[in-house]
Design a protein around this ligand. Structure first.
Ligand code: PLP
Length: 377
């Protein structure tokens, strides 16, 4: 194979990166189911045990994500394992700045560590850029950013926050799960870590758990690899295989889902059964201008609040025929969830529905949604 003479588009990198290159090799890294390797007793390197040295499966997946995000990547057993590996780097008494709207698992860990490890956690609204900049001036140990946010779809000024943090030597981690590596690359702006739940859009088929962190430096990646080795939260061989296979079609899945999300957001916005739509692709959305300026697209998740009472809404949701009532997101199949029902999510408006738009036809999805909305009158 020859090397292209100009930088490749990310959509091409998603398809080509991390493949074997030697004649006679298969096009895809074969599934390597191995914990143990035959060791040369006279050698000082080589694979010994897969929790430590990994497998070719990890390497292929990590290489692809690393090329997309622009820094060495480290895979994990889940998004939470990836997040925990970063949070576990902090000492007792550490100061952390985190967004008010954030994946609930992160909020739960921060709450816990504030109690058990004396962490000083400052919560700031995702969109309050001046407050974030002022917090960075206070030299916190970690800035945790999530954008667009789960489940309110708020947009942070990732380039401004990350570059300001980098100038001041503050470590910034960005949960890039909703944006995917195709719509936003935080390392380019000075973030130390870009974190993904590969369970979502990267895997794309709701059939695996995985996580991955792309790092700004080899030293940061080595530290996480050591933590992964000792913590044991490694990605399974099958999961890495499936995650990489999912990544190959991320560009086409995301393009389709994002376009459909835009169509549905517009229609929901006009529907009398909807009080409010949150989607940065909607021109009236408070995050629209920032998303258009800082991201290559608004993504494929949206939230909306309906009229009516929550129990009636639950009954209406049980009549869906195409969209699945399910908690996760980022799959080829559309999923919907009333987040307020979950423990710890009581602050979410009771009739807010988070919709992850899949690859079905927009008109079929709309018919399913109007069935729910019409039942609320
Ligand atoms: C934004 C975000 N980050 C992290 C996670 C955690 O990922 P996982 O479920 O793979 O552990 C989730 C899960 O929903 C998420 O939505």
């Amino acid at each position: 194979m020859t090397t292209p003479d100009r930088p490749l588009d990310p959509t091409t990198i998603a398809v080509t990166a991390g493949r074997p290159t030697v004649a006679g090799d298969p096009l895809n890294t074969p599934l390597m189911a191995a914990s143990n390797f035959i060791v040369d007793p006279t050698a000082t390197d080589g694979r010994v045990y897969s929790r430590n040295e990994g497998t070719t499966q990890w390497e292929a997946f990590e290489s692809a994500i690393g090329q997309l995000e622009g820094g060495p990547a480290v895979s994990f057993a889940s998004g939470m394992a990836a997040i925990s590996a970063i949070l576990n780097l902090l000492e007792p008494g550490a100061s952390v700045v985190a967004p008010a709207d954030c994946y609930q698992g992160v909020t739960a860990i921060l709450d816990q560590r504030a109690k058990s490890h004396g962490w000083n956690v400052r919560i700031i609204a995702t969109t309050d850029t001046p407050a974030w900049l002022e917090a960075i001036d206070g030299q916190p140990d970690l800035l945790w950013i999530e954008s667009p946010s789960n489940p309110m779809l708020e947009v942070a000024d990732v380039p401004s926050l990350c570059s300001y943090a980098a100038e001041r030597g503050v470590v910034a981690a960005v949960d890039n799960t909703f944006a995917t590596p195709l719509l936003q690359n935080p390392l380019q702006h000075g973030a130390t870590y870009a974190v993904h739940s590969a369970t979502k859009f990267i895997g794309g088929h709701s059939d695996l758990l995985g996580g991955v962190v792309a790092c700004a430096s080899s030293a940061a990646a080595d530290e996480l690899r050591l933590r992964r080795s000792l913590g044991g939260a490694t990605m399974g061989a099958l999961e890495a295989f499936l995650a990489l296979r999912g990544l190959r079609t991320l560009p086409v899945r995301l393009a389709r889902s994002q376009e459909t999300a835009g169509i549905l957001a517009e229609r929901l916005h006009q529907h009398a059964g909807v009080v409010r739509v949150a989607y940065p692709g909607l021109s009236k959305d408070p995050g629209a201008e920032l998303a258009a300026r800082t991201m290559s697209g608004p993504g494929a998740v949206l939230s909306f609040e309906t009229i009516g009472d929550p129990s009636r809404l639950d009954v209406a949701l049980s009549r869906l025929s195409i969209i699945h009532n399910a908690t996760s997101l980022g799959g080829v199949e559309s999923t919907i969830e009333r987040r307020h029902r979950l423990p710890g999510q009581e602050m979410i408006p009771p009739t807010l529905l988070r919709l992850s738009v899949g690859c079905e036809h927009p008109d079929d999805l709309w018919q399913d949604l109007t069935g729910v909305l019409d039942a609320l009158h």
